[in-house]
Ligand binder design. Structure first.
Ligand code: NAD
Length: 530
């Protein structure tokens, strides 16, 4: 039974969802005082907060059973992320909850300003009627420049593709694959996007690089009659400079939901009919508000049930689509990781993870982390999870090197290779891939090519390459009541190995009997259950 403390408001539907879960006991204490949390937090496995409860070192030190903190919302300023990571506590927020709403308001502002919808509305309500003064522009076949191709930027791309717009995007922090996937031409520089776009929308966070990214100098590089939209963060567009652009006619319109100062009653942009504003209502939809609750609950339940928490902030965040691509490799990596300590006993000094082919194009932080978890789990008494696995390994002096290779491993479209070595100079080298039916496969072990689906129970044998070995192994395991499901042999120079999948766990005696066979050099049972 897991205990969850809900310390700040979340939607009733989300609370009911928690109450319905069989292995969950939930205590709802909205507005709980700090002293009380500190007193009771050791009893809880999960804590759900918004922005008020401070999850700091003091709280985390006391939270002996805490596995996950769910933040209903986006910002995590109230949570000490490095401390949470050091305590092995997952911190998850709900960045996707308002993605659609935010994208839709940006599109709304874009269309409303391109077609003068707001001024036309005000005009006819004042009792007048005219059409000629409201001539606008179609978006069809215009070039849309998207600055920041993250969650909202990519949604924007997909939606505006359907409007027949040509898409160009600038985002120096993502792979070429993401531009391709979203049907966007990649702008190598911001200037390239500024010069080519008829309409520009921004979807970046507010950072030192993005504050005032649209300023007087950059406005001078824009096409005449450009239309601008900002539904990301106030201050990304310099309001004085935009006002000057609107005054001179360089900028045809500006639609904005976010402001350099919020709330406010005056702004240099208010005098312009073609600058239309909303009071930061991007996330203000019933759907977004409901999503915050349901998403935080989903993440918390995933965390408690040992599943991947997609929105964990103590790892680089990953979009839904990318997550679906890397998901099969997450389990594969953990299983490959589990092999080392079942073959070797010496402490690890180095872990090298090489990605080949298509998987090398993806954000693999989650795969790296679960691989390291798989490697360390058998020997670490401290709780290791995919959040703290890498820092724990580094704390133990293990060098970690992650490499992405453009080339394929043999002829596999994607593969992951592990080389785990110890100070004695012994290496455990394994390579795995995902098969065409989505099954996890091991394709090389200790430099011997094999190709077999991974199962929960496997046996790894080294043998003399002589006749009769297969029969002897089959007979020995048969006597021990172990049924062989599949068998694969690998040969290299004078050495040979066998990899077996078996239907049950293998007891010590069966292994001992295998090792006593004259042709067998070593025999290891590999327990690869997750
Ligand atoms: P995200 O993290 O998924 O994506 C941000 C993207 O910006 C990333 O791909 C990143 O690589 C890119 N980026 C960072 N610095 C950049 C730079 N200097 N130049 C170009 N690209 C850069 O974020 P998201 O969820 O898509 O949110 C985007 C913005 O929308 C955020 O600022 C968020 O606060 C805002 N937002 C506003 C509302 C609203 O109510 N109006 C609602 C939700 C989100």
């Amino acid at each position: 039974m897991f205990k969850i403390l809900v310390g700040e408001y979340i939607d009733d539907e989300a609370i009911s969802h928690l109450k319905e879960a069989k292995d969950i006991k939930v205590d709802v204490k909205i507005g709980i005082k700090r002293e009380e949390i500190l007193d009771i937090i050791q009893d809880y496995d999960a804590l759900i907060v918004r922005s008020v409860i401070k999850v700091d070192k003091e709280l985390l030190d006391r939270a002996k059973n805490l596995k996950i903190v769910g933040r209903a919302g986006n910002g995590v300023d109230n949570i000490n992320i490095p401390e949470a990571t050091a305590h092995g506590v997952i911190v998850a927020n709900t960045p996707d909850s308002n993605t659609v709403s935010a994208c839709e308001i940006a599109i709304g502002l874009m269309i409303a300003s391109a077609r003068n919808i707001v001024s036309a509305n005000n005009f006819i309500k004042s009792g007048k009627w005219e059409r000629e003064i409201f001539v606008g522009n179609e978006l069809f076949e215009k070039t849309l420049g998207i600055i920041g191709l993250g969650r909202i930027g990519s949604l924007m791309a997909k939606r505006m593709k359907a409007f027949g717009m040509n898409l160009i995007a600038y985002d120096p922090y993502i792979s070429d694959e993401i531009f391709k996937r979203n049907g966007c031409k990649k702008a190598n520089t911001l200037d390239e996007l500024l010069k080519k776009s008829d309409v520009i929308t921004i979807h970046t966070p507010k950072t030192n690089e993005t504050i005032n990214i649209i300023n007087s100098e950059n406005i001078s590089k824009l096409k005449d009659g450009v239309r601008l939209v900002n539904a990301a963060r106030g201050g990304l567009f310099n309001e004085e400079a935009v006002a000057e652009g609107l005054r001179s006619g360089k900028i045809a319109s500006f639609g904005y939901d976010v402001h350099s100062v919020e709330p406010r009653s005056e702004c240099v942009l208010y005098e312009f009919e073609n600058a239309i504003a909303t009071p930061h209502i991007g996330a203000t939809t019933y759907e977004a508000q409901r999503n915050v609750g349901t998403q935080v609950v989903k993440q918390v339940l995933n965390g408690l049930h040992g599943e991947i928490v997609e929105t964990a902030v103590n790892l680089p965040s990953i979009g839904r689509e990318e997550y679906l691509i890397v998901k099969p490799y997450i389990n594969l990596a953990e299983k490959l990781g589990k092999i080392y300590f079942q073959i070797e006993k010496n402490p690890i000094s180095n872990i090298v993870i090489n990605y080949y082919g298509e998987i090398a194009q993806q954000e693999t932080a989650l795969v790296d982390a679960t691989a390291i978890k798989g490697i360390l789990e058998p020997v670490l008494k401290e709780e290791v999870n995919y959040i703290n696995s890498r820092p724990l390994a580094e704390k133990r002096g293990i060098n970690i090197s992650i490499n992405k290779k453009d080339e394929k491993y043999k002829n596999y479209a994607s593969a992951i290779e592990f080389v785990v070595s110890n100070e004695e100079g012994h290496k455990v080298h394994v390579v795995g891939t995902i098969g065409i039916n989505g099954e996890e496969r091991i394709v090389n072990i200790k430099k011997h090519d094999v190709d077999m689906a991974i199962s929960d129970n496997m046996i790894y044998l080294g043998n003399d390459d002589v006749p009769g070995v297969i029969g002897a192994v089959g007979a020995t395991l048969g006597k021990a009541g172990v049924n062989i499901a599949t068998m694969n042999v690998g040969r290299r120079d004078n050495s040979a190995i066998m990899l077996l999948t078996v239907d049950s766990e293998v007891e010590g005696n069966a292994l001992k009997n295998l090792r006593q066979l004259s042709q067998i050099k070593w025999a290891h049972y590999l327990d690869l259950k997750l």
